[in-house]
Design a protein around this ligand. Structure first.
Ligand SMILES: [Zn+2]
Length: 83
């Protein structure tokens, strides 16, 4: 599968996503262009803004991507493992 996901006309690499907003943006500014959109925070203090469909798709893509990679098995308390 692709590690890019299209949000707001930008192909965002999944590994650059820091977090995805759970609730739509609301700041009360009368001329806010982002109201009702979900912030997708990227590295280096960049953000892209997803509509609900893009947000849901992004979360699914992130889930699938993590699952596909497999969690690294570093087991920090595994000090009794080598008999
Ligand atoms: Zn706003």
């Amino acid at each position: 599968m692709s590690i890019l996901y299209l949000v707001d006309d930008k192909h965002v690499p999944l590994y650059r996503v820091m977090w995805v907003a759970a609730t739509p943006h609301f700041c009360g500014e009368p001329d806010c262009q982002r109201e009702g959109y979900y912030e997708v925070r990227l590295e280096q203090e960049e953000s892209v803004w997803a509509n609900q469909r893009e947000r849901d798709g992004m979360l699914t893509a992130l889930d699938n991507w993590q699952g596909g990679m497999g969690a690294p098995d570093d087991d920090p308390d595994g000090d009794q493992a080598s008999w």
